[in-house]
Design a protein around this ligand. Structure first.
Ligand code: SF4
Ligand code: SF4
Length: 371
């Protein structure tokens, strides 16, 4: 006789899935087409059919431990072929959004950043911090002379705000990922064919080329957009680290001259980010015959990254044009988007990178990874 299973549906969870972009979840009638067409679904326990019924039944705890939700890379081949218009790709996206919040530490940060209606609050927080610091230290005015941003907002103050907060965010993110990994192991077992280190390195190497995106049929062009955004961030991260060395070790004052190769890297990084995010937005708005709808969470993130890139480029262009009254306020606005991107990292869409890396690593360790 089959084992009996007692279900205790979490009604609030089902409502949450529908509100986060999975409003079509109840349409699924379990035909299994999605699991067949998904290019990365394993033969053993395929997805996303089972996730659809688990979401319909409000099985939150089982879904929280799922590696499949994060292994999915949102290509939407499943949504294209779903005969019921249940949009399984979007339902998995809604689950990812909810679980970023669920695993977040502290929880209230997840509640603020994953809620598009509170984006204005999330942006107001750094702006208020900056204005208070500038006001207290007597820097809340446009400096005279050549435009040098550190004359307005000294680097030491910027670092005194960012370094502790980014450090705390990093610790919070590690705690969240640790909780996910422990749940993953507890529920899915630990019969591994590969050790964590080897599987993780393989995963990171795969990330560098975004190999799984080439398996998509419906949304193949997402790979270029993602690579541009990814490497744009990598270039800007390298330049930010270099700036610390430039200021403190070399004892020079930024901005870096236009002739410096690091400046070229910074500008290429900003352009790559801008082009990549414009492609992401164009892909979302383009009709491709796929039944899909981007959630408010996805749109918020895309717009924040777009504004991050635009304000970064304007900060440089306006400085070069010598318009002091515009340059300094633009720098402040740009710093606000920088804050959102790096301090809220564990709670925004960017957080998916860590969860996805662990899910892929787990797949490799259990021998289920689709090459
Ligand atoms: S989501 Fe669509 S394709 Fe998948 S099982 Fe349900 S009805 Fe079938
Ligand atoms: S969105 Fe793509 S990867 Fe995710 S379940 Fe659907 S077909 Fe598979």
């Amino acid at each position: 006789m089959a084992d009996e299973m007692v279900l205790s549906p979490d009604i609030e969870f089902i409502k949450g899935v529908r509100a986060a972009g999975g409003d079509t979840v109840k349409r699924c009638y379990q035909c299994a087409t999605c699991g067949v067409v998904c290019p990365i679904s394993p033969e053993d326990k395929p997805f996303p059919r089972k996730e659809m019924i688990m979401a319909q039944l409000g099985m939150k705890d089982a879904l929280l431990a799922s590696p499949d939700i994060w292994y999915c890379h949102n290509c939407n081949d499943c949504s294209k072929y779903c005969p019921r218009g249940a949009r399984p790709g979007d339902v998995l996206g809604a689950l990812r959004q909810m679980f970023i919040k669920e695993y977040s530490v502290p929880k209230f940060m997840g509640s603020i950043v994953t809620n598009p209606a509170l984006t204005i609050v999330a942006l107001a927080i750094p702006l208020i911090i900056f204005l208070v610091v500038l006001g207290i230290t007597g820097h809340l005015h446009i400096p005279e002379g050549r435009i040098v941003y550190s004359h307005f907002f000294p680097i030491l103050y910027v670092e005194a705000i960012f370094i502790p907060l980014v450090g705390l965010a990093g610790i919070a993110y590690i705690v969240s990922l640790r909780r996910y990994w422990n749940t993953l192991k507890r529920v899915n077992g630990t019969e591994y064919r590969m050790n964590f280190g080897d599987a993780f390195v393989e995963t990171i190497l795969e990330f560098l080329g975004h190999g799984k995106f080439t398996k998509c049929e419906a949304n193949r062009d997402r790979r270029t957009a993602h690579l541009l955004v990814f490497y744009g961030f990598v270039a800007l991260f390298i330049v930010t680290c270099w700036l610390t060395f430039y200021d403190y070790v070399m004892g020079k004052e930024s901005p870096i001259p236009l002739s410096d190769p690091m400046k070229w890297l910074a500008n290429m990084g900003a352009l790559s980010l801008l082009l990549g995010i414009l492609l992401v937005i164009a892909n979302r708005t383009k009709a491709k015959g796929i039944n899909t709808k981007s959630s408010g969470f996805d749109w918020t993130f895309a717009i924040i990254i777009l504004l991050l890139a635009i304000t970064g480029i304007l900060t440089e262009v306006i400085r070069l044009a010598g318009i002091r009254t515009l340059a300094y306020p633009m720098y402040l606005v740009h710093l606000m988007f920088v804050f959102y991107t790096i301090v809220y990292f564990p709670y925004s869409k960017l957080a998916h990178m860590g969860y996805r890396a662990l899910a892929i690593t787990h797949y490799k360790m259990t021998g289920k990874d689709i090459k």
